[in-house]
Design a protein around this ligand. Structure first.
Ligand code: GLN
Length: 333
């Protein structure tokens, strides 16, 4: 689809959050409401994730203006998993422009599970979007750098800039996933056969596995999301990480595909771009306002955190974050 949009200055569409004290109250109320909720199961297809404590639960809001609201286990480290896909996509767009990724990967939902082989075959080798494993592998292959070491260092450094601190890999998770990720290796080979990956596919899987193994906290995820909400400037460090345009593109992709095959329901109910990962993290972004991040390992069948989804649904309403919600304005005619 080509809409031929002229190059005009873009105005922004944003509002503001309730007062800091009120946000504190609402975050605490959402945490308390779901503290004893027990639905879902911890992911176990990566053996190192199976040991996660299902009781861990943290909720953190970081405002684009920098204020932080944290309740529960918001400083517990866990591997970022698929949430890395959002930020690696932003990195590649920043380096090469979104057209490069759009051409190679696309932005449409597959409607199929995140590790689907069938999605590639049904779409004639097209990985469809950067938030499922196939599209993420093709996106990681596009990261700048002549060697895998250079590519990896760029990924680690950029995700660290988003978080505002140096992120490191969980070696146990990296090793565990490396020993069991035959399916991702198969996806990468399949993409190579369709010309969607044109460097060593197993090298690509290796740095993708490392990016998924980076350790973060719910607080880190909220800062990373708040950077996307703040036109690419990290609200805590003041550093510009990516351009405002890249944030807009990344959030558009998250809105349509960030919650896997649950993305349509999510956008309908919550009205926010978001990304989840199988270790139990979710980050949802309210452009111009901030980000909500949650950590709770038990997942639903699509791989999205059960408690996390509920907390964010509640906070989206309570904090007035749904992008599609409006109220009547007094006419000035
Ligand atoms: N590293 C995981 C995988 O490739 C990430 C999946 C996820 O978080 N949904 O399977």
């Amino acid at each position: 689809m080509h809409l031929d949009i002229p190059d005009i200055k873009q105005e922004v569409s944003t509002g503001s959050l309730p007062s800091r004290g009120r946000v504190d109250e609402l975050v605490t109320a959402a945490y308390t409401r779901y503290r004893n909720h027990t639905a879902g199961a911890v992911a176990d297809y990566i053996p190192a994730l199976a040991d996660a404590d299902p009781n861990l639960f943290g909720v953190c809001v970081v405002e684009s203006a920098g204020a932080t609201h944290a309740v529960g286990d918001t400083d517990t480290l866990f591997s970022i998993q698929s949430i890395s896909k959002a930020f690696v996509y932003a990195l590649v767009c920043e380096a090469f422009g979104h057209e490069a990724v759009h051409k190679r990967v696309g932005v449409n939902n597959t409607g199929l599970p995140f590790n689907s082989v069938m999605a590639i075959e049904l779409n004639h080798g097209h990985p469809m979007n950067p938030m499922v494993n196939a599209g993420a592998l093709a996106t990681t292959a596009l990261t700048p750098g002549c060697t895998f070491d250079e590519k990896w260092e760029g990924i680690r450094a950029t995700l660290s800039d988003f978080a505002g601190r140096e992120l490191v890999v969980d070696d146990e998770v990296y090793r565990s996933e490396s020993e069991t990720n035959m399916r991702n290796k198969a996806l990468a080979r399949l993409l190579q056969s369709y010309g969607r990956i044109d460097i060593d596919p197993l090298g690509v899987v290796d740095i993708y596995t490392r990016q998924c193994s980076l350790l973060v906290t719910a607080r880190d995820l909220a800062v990373m999301g708040a950077t996307l909400a703040d036109a690419g400037v990290n609200p805590l460090t003041g550093e510009r990480v990516v351009s405002a345009r890249v944030c807009r593109d990344t959030l558009a992709v998250l809105a349509s595909t960030g919650m896997y095959e649950g993305s349509g329901d999510w956008l309908f109910e919550i009205g926010l771009p978001a990304k989840s990962g199988v270790s139990g993290g979710i980050v949802a972004v309210a452009p111009g306002k901030g980000a909500v991040a949650t950590f709770s390992p038990p997942l639903d069948s699509a791989g999205n955190s059960e408690r996390g989804q509920r907390v964010i649904a509640r906070l989206s309403r309570a904090l007035g974050l749904n992008l599609f919600a409006s109220s009547v304005q007094v006419a000035t005619r």
